[in-house]
Design a protein around this ligand. Structure first.
Ligand SMILES: Nc1ncnc2c1ncn2[C@@H]1O[C@H](COP(=O)(O)OP(=O)(O)O)[C@@H](O)[C@H]1O
Ligand SMILES: [Mg+2]
Length: 342
């Protein structure tokens, strides 16, 4: 079956920095595909190559059946893009913002009105179409931006951090609209996120990206199942005589409690085939070397555990402020590109 997005060993270098490192992605038609990774992982750079805003250093990428390098115009006709940074004119109404872009997208004049109505209905902003965007909430602005990405009737919609900076409830609402798009318009959606919960609950398929590399790819449930195990988490009492974390770790390692052992401060996590049956023997083994167990619990793996397994650290440790310095420049570039299509 033909893939809607496919990359083969896609690479992007920026003066010595490899931002995207031999990335192989494969997105099926009608799928919501998530690129999950911390800031600086290479998500935006990957998207920009797929939407023909950046030239790959090497490798190949196909979008909707066309090569991003040699058939860029064909690709551009079939994609919608909602950038990471907001790019609405708050002094204009919702409709006016869309009209501006409808012209840039070169939609036929006779169709603009109906099309705007259609995309606004989809994100349930039709009743607010004549209100100034300045009065919109963060979630409404994001929905308006998504509707703008739909103006050219794309086959593939690229959403770069669609819920960045929104509160959890609003994020949920934005995702509900994305799911509607997928269902009602049979759109293929490639979205980036650094929110694990979103990757886990909103995406059909996820690629974990770190330092430009794809570390794992699959359905969230499959990725968790690959982990194959229950996770036993326990805390141990502080040691008299003050063993270091490293000493505790090496003593625990020797006990062969299970796989994927992590020791952090007084917290220990280990993967076992069956948590419930393993508990007594784990407690027994640890206490037999003179370390006292304070608390213990069993849970199923989350995508966070999968992320840690492949990258060696939690994604949450990496969350930080987004770099928004070159928003204006980026926007100017996007508009320039669109103008060149008109
Ligand atoms: N135009 C550019 N010039 C130089 N380095 C860049 C440029 N764009 C991105 N980078 C670098 O490439 C890496 C990946 O960035 P980016 O794709 O924006 O990551 P993400 O979207 O996952 O946060 C980062 O180290 C970033 O600083
Ligand atoms: Mg980004």
């Amino acid at each position: 079956m033909a893939k809607t997005v496919e990359t083969i060993d896609l690479v992007k270098n920026f003066n010595g920095l490899t931002a995207v490192d031999r990335v192989n992605l494969s997105v099926e038609k009608g799928e919501i595909f998530g690129l999950l990774g911390p800031n600086g992982a290479g998500k935006t750079t990957t998207i920009k190559m797929l939407i023909t805003l950046l030239k790959p250093t090497s490798g190949k990428a196909m979008v909707a059946g066309f090569d991003v390098l040699t058939q860029a115009d064909e690709v551009r006709k079939r994609i919608g893009y909602v950038p990471q940074e907001s790019a609405l004119d708050i002094r204009l109404t919702a409709s006016e913002n869309l009209e501006l872009f409808a012209e840039l997208y070169a939609l036929p004049k006779s169709k603009i009105k109906a099309r705007i109505q259609e995309v606004l209905e989809l994100v349930e902003l039709n009743r607010r179409k004549d209100d100034l965007v300045a009065h919109f909430s963060g979630g409404m602005k994001r929905r308006l931006e998504i509707s703008r990405g739909l103006l050219p009737t794309p086959e593939v919609l690229f959403l770069d951090e669609p819920t960045l900076g929104l509160d959890p409830q609003t994020r949920r609402v934005v995702w509900e609209f994305v799911h509607r798009l997928q269902k009602e318009w049979n759109l293929t959606i490639l979205a980036t996120t650094h929110y694990l919960e979103e990757a886990e609950h909103e995406m059909d398929k996820v690629a974990i990206i770190d330092k430009g590399r794809i570390m794992a790819m699959g359905r969230p449930d499959d990725l968790k199942a690959e982990f194959g195990k229950d996770l036993v988490e326990l805390t141990v009492k502080a040691q008299n005589g003050g063993s270091s974390e490293e000493q505790v770790r090496s003593r625990l390692l020797q006990l062969q409690l299970g796989s994927d052992l992590i020791v952090r401060d007084k917290a220990v996590r280990v993967a076992v085939a069956n948590g419930k049956t393993a508990l007594p023997s784990i407690i027994h083994k640890i206490e037999s070397i003179g370390i006292e167990v304070e608390s213990i619990s069993v849970r199923s793996p989350s995508l966070d555990d999968v992320f840690i397994k492949y990258t060696g650290r939690g994604i949450r440790e990496e969350e930080g402020a987004e770099d928004s310095s070159d928003t204006r420049k980026q926007l100017a570039k996007i508009i320039g590109k669109m103008r060149s299509r008109v």
